[in-house]
Write a protein that binds this ligand. Structure first.
Ligand code: PGA
Length: 250
């Protein structure tokens, strides 16, 4: 395994309340004890916990992100929504955009592109999710789908150093099913090819997401082109989340 920086991003989805905050004490301690190891942990709790999280992780090197944002830069009459400016002001530096759970509610590549631009304008780093559904995979449309998601999602974006791409095949999210290493290598190489050829942005980091857990992470770590993981279910359990990190540095 290489010695490069790896990201471990906890996506808590619609889970967690104020009591769950205490569960990350272990993680804070773990990061303090392992300062020299090259990893970056980022928590993306629900909006309701962002403020408390920002206080909790103050003086640690853990990052904080939201799970989505509105595409409008400014405040406005958008009941129920939160924009990138508000996320930045509450103390977060990251936002997940284009998660398949939101795409499935109708978020288009065009809308996702607007959100990415607004996030960057507000100095947030973007965890930009892409990935094919099982139907698209079966029809052998994976390359076509992820190419269009990347090109449309990043159209007109200038600061590629603010982007982390999370390749998350929809069929692997929350299912316990993980692509084979061969399949992942093939798809990540393709993403790299598109980034280089179409966007002249070969250095964008690429992480994998979908059913990552302490049992499968060592096998995934064999893939050098992966810069880290977006972890859903397993990240809500601090012991499992720490185990995932530990197993990546044995
Ligand atoms: P999972 O979720 O780890 O529970 O599959 C990953 C994600 O949705 O980002």
């Amino acid at each position: 395994m290489t010695n490069k920086l790896r990201y471990f991003i906890a996506n808590w989805k619609m889970y967690g309340d104020i009591m769950s905050l205490n569960s990350i004490d272990k993680v804070i301690k773990f990061t303090r004890l392992n300062k020299k190891k090259k990893f970056k942990l980022i928590y993306c709790p629900p909006y309701t916990l962002l403020y408390s999280f920002s206080k909790k992780i103050k003086n640690t090197n853990i990052g904080l992100g939201a799970q989505n944002c509105h595409s409008e830069n400014d405040y406005g009459p958008y009941t129920g929504y939160i924009n990138a400016k508000m996320i930045k002001k509450i103390g977060a530096n990251y936002v997940i955009v284009g998660h398949s759970e939101n795409r499935s509610y109708g978020e288009s590549n065009l809308l996702i592109n607007k959100k990415i631009k607004s996030a960057i304008k507000n100095k947030l780093n973007v965890i930009f999710c892409i990935g094919e559904t099982i139907v698209e995979k079966k029809k052998k449309h994976t390359f076509r789908v992820i190419k269009s998601q990347i090109i449309k999602g990043l159209s007109g974006v200038k600061y590629f150093n603010k982007i982390i791409i999370a390749y998350e095949p929809v069929w692997s999210i929350g299912t316990g099913i993980v692509p084979t290493n061969l399949e992942l290598i093939k798809n990540i190489n393709f993403i790299k090819h598109i980034l280089k050829k179409n966007l002249k942005a070969p250095r964008i980091k690429i992480i994998y997401g979908g059913s990552v857990n302490p049992n499968n992470v060592m096998n995934l770590n064999l893939i050098n082109s992966i810069d880290g993981y977006l972890v859903g279910g397993a990240s809500q359990n601090s012991k499992k989340f720490i185990d995932i990190v530990k197993k990546s540095f044995i």
